[in-house]
Design a protein around this ligand. Structure first.
Ligand code: CMC
Length: 429
């Protein structure tokens, strides 16, 4: 086997350096030995937006972006979506193995036990304005949860850490549903722990006067599949935010709130909301060519297209596209689907999108399903955040227990003014 090293010649000094290659990666710290003299700090890498930097070793999620492959702990997303449940996959990414029957029962019971929130959380949420964005309410309420569980800051206590994990997975649907009911001015619905994880969530969202809410089995299953598809996606913006904030050893509620805030943006989890606004703006299939023309003239983006890692069809989008038909059979076809299909057809044949390897991502079709199920458009990012909480917390725990990790503290290249003398205000002209 060839030597797994990289030889670097520094042309400033003529010196050679040999740097180990491990996991097809060089360790950026090894470059610090490359100096012009002893006083030199050493060479650094410059990588805005982490375009080519691995920030951790992980055993949770594998993505092969060139071939459109996504796996959790070795299991292909297609098989998980078809055969598993959200709670099972949540267990998988936190324990790295699928649960047996007994483990799954305990896991489900433990999470179900934590679906209720303190009454003061309800009061806190009542303080938001009637038209507050649900994601703003979600982010703030998650942060507020840390004040209800001050022991959560003891992050190296295994039992306490496990408890916060159960609480977070159990409570996010409740907080999300309360945010929705608040905007509707409807009374909050308490968890019904006899329903499934997703069934209970639908009950807290949509129950009106019936004694017991009965979720439609096809819609309940469809939302469960959507939750599986959104559970984790390795080092995306929000998961990295979770790791960065958690690296200062802040409590998991504060770190999760930070991750949710990162998810909120339209380039990330807010894209599903932006797709629906875009489809509204386009209005009809006839307007698709004109819209694509504007995108190519750099007058806007085709939302729900493109990905930092996938340079091929996002496997989640493929599953969602199929799921849409099952949901529309129950709810009726969303007419905007025709616009989306035409956008995809035109874009996938267009040189601009082909050259840049832009394909539909997870957000392109998910919003249409959410809309058909009765969720308002501004609620879509919250639907992304509920399952992703399990992914965030799995990465947070992995980071906490990783002896190679430290507080995240990158470097910068300072290009501002050189040192100069202070000028009093009267002399500033
Ligand atoms: N529409 C039109 N052009 C695009 C798009 C798009 N959606 N995405 C990328 N491009 C162009 C971009 O302008 C650039 O062109 P050029 O080389 O001429 O400057 C080229 O493609 C490369 O794009 P990039 O912006 O350098 O790629 P990135 O890795 O920095 O950004 C992205 C990835 C997802 C932020 C971006 O593709 C985008 O903004 N997409 C729309 C928003 C979206 O759907 N986000 C959801 C992502 S998937 C769910 C999640 O995990 O959040």
């Amino acid at each position: 086997m060839n030597k797994q090293t990289l030889t670097i010649t520094d042309n400033r000094t003529g010196k050679n350096y040999e740097v180990p290659i491990e996991n097809e990666t060089v360790n950026a710290k090894d470059l610090r030995n490359i100096k012009v003299n002893d006083a030199d700090f050493g060479l650094m890498t410059y990588d805005p937006a982490f375009m080519n930097t691995s920030i951790c070793k992980s055993t949770i999620t594998y993505i092969d972006g060139d071939n459109g492959i996504l796996e959790h702990c070795g299991y292909p997303i297609e098989q998980l979506a078809e055969q598993s449940t959200f709670l099972e996959v949540a267990y998988l990414i936190l324990h790295r193995e699928l649960p047996n029957r007994k483990q799954l029962k305990k896991w489900t019971d433990d999470i179900t036990l934590h679906t209720f929130v303190h009454e003061n959380v309800k009061k806190l949420m009542e303080g938001f304005r009637y038209d507050a964005h649900p994601m703003g309410m979600f982010v703030s309420t998650l942060a507020a949860l840390s004040t209800f569980y001050p022991e959560a800051k003891l992050i190296f206590d295994d039992e306490l850490r496990r408890k916060q994990i159960l609480r977070l997975i159990g409570k996010v649907p409740t907080v999300a549903a309360f945010a929705y009911r608040h905007t509707k001015g409807m009374p909050y619905v308490y968890p019904d722990n006899d329903l499934s994880f997703v069934g209970n969530y639908l009950s807290m969202m949509f129950k009106i006067a019936e004694l017991r809410y009965k979720p439609h089995p096809v819609l309940e299953k469809a939302l469960d599949v959507l939750f599986i598809l959104h559970i984790d996606h390795e080092q995306n913006c929000s998961t990295t935010a979770m790791r960065v904030v958690g690296s200062s050893h802040s409590d998991p509620y504060s770190a999760t709130a930070a991750a949710a805030a990162a998810l909120y943006g339209p380039l990330h989890g807010g894209a599903n909301e932006a797709v629906l606004s875009m489809l509204d703006e386009i209005g009809s299939v006839q307007n698709v060519p004109n819209f694509i023309k504007k995108v190519k003239e750099d007058k806007g983006k085709l939302m729900g297209f493109g990905h930092r890692v996938y340079k091929n069809y996002d496997p989640r989008a493929r599953i969602i596209k199929k799921l849409a038909d099952q949901v529309f059979d129950i709810t009726g076809r969303n007419p905007k689907l025709d616009i989306a299909l035409e956008l995809e057809r035109v874009a996938l044949q267009d040189e601009y999108f082909i050259k840049r390897k832009l394909y539909p991502n997870v957000d392109f079709y998910s919003g249409l399903i959410y809309k058909a199920m009765g969720f308002p458009t501004d609620f879509f990012p919250v639907l992304f955040a509920i399952p992703r909480t399990a992914g965030w917390i799995a990465h947070w725990q992995e980071m906490i227990l990783d002896s190679e990790q430290k507080i995240t503290r990158p470097r910068q290249i300072y290009l501002g003014s050189k040192r100069r003398e202070y000028i009093t205000i009267s002399r500033r002209g």
